[in-house]
Design a protein around this ligand. Sequence first.
Ligand SMILES: CC(C)(COP(=O)(O)OP(=O)(O)OC[C@H]1O[C@@H](n2cnc3c(N)ncnc32)[C@H](O)[C@@H]1OP(=O)(O)O)[C@@H](O)C(=O)NCCC(=O)NCCS
Length: 185
Amino acid sequence: MLYTRLMSDPALEPKSPSESEVMMTQMILPPDANPLNAAFGGKVMEWIDICGGIAAQRHCRQVVVTASMDELHFHAPIRVGWIVILRARVLAAFHTSMEVGVTVTAENPLTGERKLTTSALLTFVALSAEGAKVPVPPLKLESEAERRAFQEAHARRDERLSRRDQVHAWRQVLAGAGTTRTTST
Ligand SMILES: CC(C)(COP(=O)(O)OP(=O)(O)OC[C@H]1O[C@@H](n2cnc3c(N)ncnc32)[C@H](O)[C@@H]1OP(=O)(O)O)[C@@H](O)C(=O)NCCC(=O)NCCS
């Protein structure tokens, strides 16, 4: 019954990853910089979240919330005054969640030289206006690279969920943080 509804719902027609593609261009200004005159990581993370969220919304045409951000790597610093190009695409659509890949490339505005500076994977969950989780359209995979990315995303999802549900020693350490005081001698 639910299956029949999902199959006949035009909002759940399969969509290709390219339909969700987002390209966002920014510039690193002095307020976005760290004391080394390079981009502040938190600012780049904000743009990654926005760019990835737009890709997820383009895929499902629903409100989305960020469930997780992982595989976040700052490969190289971005200088103040440089142009920043973010690209995002949905890599996999599950039931109510989607994995989105985001890359950040910095461009020297004077020479046009470009390099990959940051990459990240995010999971977004689609929500209705009432805040209930809603199904997202399946992904229509068109190339071999897209099929491989989808398979990798599936494997990561299992690992991510199992890690989410584990009891982590580091969280226990932080749960106790602030309750003990060290004294200097
Ligand atoms: C994300 C959220 C909606 C998940 O809801 P939930 O009821 O805890 O999660 P469920 O276990 O039912 O999972 C729902 C979906 O989210 C996915 N999910 C949940 N937690 C996840 C995590 N940490 N990482 C990746 N995916 C996750 C599940 O795999 C599932 O996907 P599926 O439907 O495609 O199979 C909920 O935890 C939430 O609202 N979090 C806050 C979101 C937010 O405010 N984001 C902004 C950050 S400031």
